[in-house]
Ligand binder design. Structure first.
Ligand code: ATP
Ligand code: MG
Length: 562
């Protein structure tokens, strides 16, 4: 049991909030969800369903400059893809009227004031954790003046940045968030939902806790960076409830550790930059750590959830190994993937004693983990494709694949013996010559003869051409987030040029001319494939029957070397 489950069990047992459990997932619609959000989603939705509570989706849409309907749609799609469904869909912007009322009340109570200083001045007066801040010259202005100016902040009369509303708390408090935090600012930009109705917008700290309160959230789960915000979260709810008959319910904030993965850069701000600057091919580029990127790459939602289960929830930050995510996905895909044959780097193989016109139909098992899923047919003939590296002219002792004089089994077919090869004018192997043993077909009595190697193949006349895209990690460095700040600091450069220095130039390899089984035309709806002996693959979203395109999801074994 993780520590959040313990808290929830205890709260339910003690009958807090009348024994109700209500959580929310509160994304800001300023980008697509990434794998870090998956960790929060699994917690918010998972714990609610585990203990018979409800989880709502709430868009934290309080900054119209960065937010967009496109993002809202994608967020909903990604949550559902992960396998979760919200009870209600809420928007922080629906609470703008209540938040406004509350702010006006605070001004009237002498607990908030309009500050006309620049944001630089305000920042300078903040002090440091060990030194108290300086009070604003506007701190004690008449209440009537603040009320009038706050109205103006919302009517379009005040330019952005000229005025803010601040809570009057304590400029000497050791918690910096108590040093008269800004609670409203002017943004002269239409909001995707409220249009131009508002010009003054609440800050995160003034919107989040109150939104939780208005909705009846009991457990407000978030990540560790919000620990220092919690006292302010509680204070605003205390103020909100003060002298008002709002019941004895109150939300409580609990924090768990963020997901950090090596070789991966999260944070929507960075991901947006990468998309806008063309470092990747959109939000769903299979190298992106977004949920839509992983989906396009062929990750299963169950594999991602399996990974989240493995890493768990704690109260200290860590850097998780990407290999752990890959192994969780591999375990899941092993159970789901349809097995097919594909030859990515083809070379011709001719079986010289197999009749020219003969075609046999072999049986290929769909998934050995699920024999009940049966088999599909695959044609065999004299002219085959095999992988280039399944042949070696001068092979070392332990090489169990094709080399002159050696036998191997062709998967689901015959044992063949390598007789030699034909080379082109440049000395490259152009064709491998073999003979087959007609008694050795899989399933025949002679088939039991032991040979050390088994390789896959495709019949040249019975396969399809395809493009295959192989992906490696996008970043060369183990901790791109820290490295990004280090380079920026050291070279005094912008984020983009720092990013360029960290990019792995080999993150995408396109193999334009591969071959796959014809059977794949009949299973375009199959989401998860295993190209036998190679790895897990999926149809790319751009794939058509005329131009097949596959993405490598993950290799068969851990090849994630540092
Ligand atoms: P980013 O910095 O990537 O933009 P964010 O925290 O600003 O992320 P929000 O849309 O505000 O993104 O986050 C919605 C929820 O997802 C929050 O509760 C937040 O704590 C959680 N979350 C964001 N990133 C991670 C992460 N890496 N690991 C776990 N939870 C995360
Ligand atoms: Mg954010």
């Amino acid at each position: 049991m993780n520590f959040i489950e313990q808290i929830v069990e205890k709260d339910l047992a003690e009958g807090k909030n009348d024994g109700r459990l209500q959580t929310r997932f509160p994304p800001e619609p300023n980008g697509y969800l990434h794998i870090g959000h998956a960790k929060a989603i699994c917690m918010d939705f998972g714990i609610a369903s585990q203990y018979g509570g409800t989880c709502n989706l709430r868009f934290d849409d309080t900054n119209p400059l960065k937010e967009d309907m496109e993002y809202m749609d994608s967020i909903k799609q990604d949550i559902q893809w992960l396998g979760f469904q919200w009870a209600n869909e809420y928007y922080a912007s629906d609470y703008f009227p209540q938040l406004w009322e509350f702010a006006v009340r605070l001004i009237k109570e002498g607990r908030a004031y309009v500050d006309e200083q620049s944001s630089e001045d305000i920042a300078q007066q903040k002090g440091t954790p060990t030194q108290p801040g300086t009070e604003s010259p506007y701190r004690n202005r008449p209440i009537e003046e603040s009320l009038k100016l706050f109205e103006q902040m919302n009517s379009g009369e005040i330019e952005e940045g000229k005025m803010v509303l601040r809570a009057k708390i304590d400029m000497a408090n050791p918690n910096m968030h108590f040093r008269d935090p800004i609670i409203y600012r002017v943004i002269n930009h239409p909001h995707p939902r409220t249009g131009t109705k508002w010009k003054a917008y609440p800050m995160y700290d003034f919107a989040h806790g109150q939104s939780d309160f208005f909705e009846g959230v009991t457990h407000s789960l978030c990540t560790l960076e919000f620990v220092p915000h919690r006292p302010l979260y509680d204070l605003f709810i205390d103020w909100l409830k003060e002298n008002q008959d709002l019941g004895d319910h109150r939300p409580r904030q609990y924090e768990f550790n963020k997901l950090n993965l090596n070789y991966v850069l999260l944070s929507k701000r960075n991901l947006l930059l990468m998309v806008n600057e063309g470092l990747v091919d959109g939000w769903d580029d299979p190298r992106m750590p977004t949920l839509c990127g992983f989906r396009r790459r062929g990750y299963s939602p169950e594999g991602i959830r399996r990974f989240v289960d493995k890493i768990g929830y704690t109260t200290f930050d860590a850097l998780n190994d990407f290999a752990l995510l890959e192994s969780a996905v591999r375990e899941d895909l092993n159970d789901r993937a349809l097995r097919v044959s594909a030859v990515l780097r083809p070379v011709k193989l001719t079986i010289t004693n197999y009749p020219e016109d003969k075609v046999e139909v072999m049986e290929a098992v769909n998934n050995p983990e699920h024999p009940e899923q049966g088999t599909h047919p695959i044609e065999f003939s004299r002219h085959l494709w095999i992988e280039q590296d399944d042949f070696m002219e001068d092979a070392p002792k332990k090489y169990f694949r094709l080399t002159p004089g050696q036998e191997v089994r062709l998967k689901n077919a015959y044992i063949i013996k390598c007789e030699g090869c034909v080379k082109d004018s440049e000395g490259n192997v152009a064709e491998i010559l073999c003979t087959y043993d007609p008694e050795s077909r899989s399933g025949m009595p002679g088939a039991n003869r032991k040979v050390k190697g088994t390789i896959h193949w495709l019949s040249q006349a019975h396969c399809l051409e395809a493009e295959v895209r192989l992906y490696e990690r996008l970043w060369k460095v183990e901790n791109p987030r820290d490295e990004l700040s280090r380079i920026r600091e050291e070279q005094q450069c912008d984020t983009l040029s720092a990013m360029h220095q960290m990019l792995n130039p080999n993150s995408l390899e396109v193999l334009p001319k591969c071959y796959v089984e014809k059977h794949l035309l009949e299973c375009h709806e199959a989401k998860y494939l295993q190209f036998q002996r190679i790895g897990y693959f999926t149809f790319d979203t751009s794939s058509t029957p005329q131009h097949l395109v596959f993405n490598r999801t993950v290799g068969l074994k851990d090849s994630f070397k540092k």
